[in-house]
Unconditional design. Sequence first.
Length: 194
Amino acid sequence: MPWRPAVFLGVLALMLGAETAFPARPWAQPRLKRLGFHALVAAVNTLLYRLALAAPLMALAAAVHAQGLGLSARLGLTGPAEVGATVLFLDLLNYWWHRWNHRVGFLWRFHRAHHSDTHVDVSTSLRFHFGELALSGGLKALWILAWGPSPAAFLVFEAAITACAQFHHANIDFPDAVERLIRSVLMTPRLHAA
């Protein structure tokens, strides 16, 4: 789908611009060097992910949804309600997946590639070990079987989680009142960096 890369690049450009205008912390390394390295990592991961995982996950979502399998179908969810519920449900599962990546030694071996960055900015959201992405893809297959999202809802979830990761890794900060408001709904860069 052409809109998903547009969302990815649009949010990335927005966060890069915000970091340029309102950085929360000074950069320890040249930004262009960081962005170039992380963009290369992301390009390789994206190519491998698309070849190995993206199509099978989308095919699985289409088949499961068409057969009316999963909790979503049992709840009778359709249209915008199904999309919204899918994003919330899969985000909850993704939250626990992220916690496991920090607490389970085997998973941490892959996830620490993300945490080995020397500075946190939006480019850090591009830095992941492919092993973590592959394991995540396998887990997402189980989520699809359990929930039964429409392919469109699954794509919205994937785009939203990527955009949120770009946002909360960004080297930006907000005034306290704005921070409290955003924090009530989303992980903020300040909360994530703490």
